[in-house]
Design a protein around this ligand. Structure first.
Ligand SMILES: [Zn+2]
Length: 227
């Protein structure tokens, strides 16, 4: 039996869902967050999510007294807040320490095949892929692992791939003080491969080019590097 009653979905939410159907439409560049998004601290969020996730499992008819299932609501809640949706909170943004470009290396730097795990904001199932990022130094350089961390930070949110691509590119532009940034993401969406249309072959490619990467030769050089 359920310990508390869940409110039915509001009519406008249902109508919106019917209109949107299975389409993957992003509505804004910024992740849609409420102003009070971080009023609750992480521990309170974990408690509340665990409580509600237990409800979902209850409704599905799962026996929460089973040893294998008992800890699942808490595990899922902790995973949401501390891992896969950790990047919602600006407090978890990697600090972007820059260094002087002492070697005067003025060509493009490409970091390719960055492992990318995100989650589709329409279905809350994984997006798995690779990100390739590049920049041309404007006098400052950034630690290589920071490029991975920026990708990871924005990936650890409920996402749409187009927004994720732009958020990573804009962060790099801001941090490095240059428009000369490129980001390509090639990813598989489990909402497309494991359900719905069940296409396991397709992947989705998105790209954002700024500054010198708008030049066709520069862009082709980058694309050649990432193969
Ligand atoms: Zn989806």
């Amino acid at each position: 039996m359920l310990s508390t009653q869940l409110k039915p979905l509001k009519k406008d939410l249902l109508t919106h869902f019917e209109e949107l159907g299975d389409e993957h439409i992003g509505t804004s560049y910024d992740t849609p967050l409420r102003d009070d998004a971080f009023d609750l601290d992480d521990d309170v969020k974990i408690d509340q999510i665990a409580h509600h996730f237990k409800h979902i499992m209850d409704i599905l008819g799962l026996d929460l007294t089973d040893d294998s299932l008992r800890g699942t609501p808490q595990r899922v809640a902790k995973m949401y807040v501390k891992e896969i949706f950790k990047g919602l909170n600006p407090a978890n943004k990697p600090d972007m320490k820059l260094f002087d470009n002492k070697y005067q290396y003025n060509q493009m730097l490409v970091e390719k095949n960055i492992t990318l795990y995100s989650n589709c904001e329409h279905h809350f199932v994984p997006i798995i892929g690779r990100a390739h990022v590049a920049y041309i130094s404007n006098g400052k350089v950034i630690g290589l692992s920071k490029l991975n961390r920026i990708v990871q930070y924005y990936a650890q949110r409920p996402q749409v791939q187009e927004r994720l691509t732009m958020q990573i590119a804009n962060e790099l532009k801001q941090a490095l003080g240059t428009e000369d940034v490129a980001v390509v993401i090639d990813a598989t969406h489990l909402c497309v491969s494991s359900r719905g249309i069940k296409d396991v072959q397709s992947s989705t490619v998105t790209a954002e080019y700024g500054g010198k990467f708008l030049d066709i030769d520069t862009r082709n050089e980058f694309l050649k590097h990432i193969g």
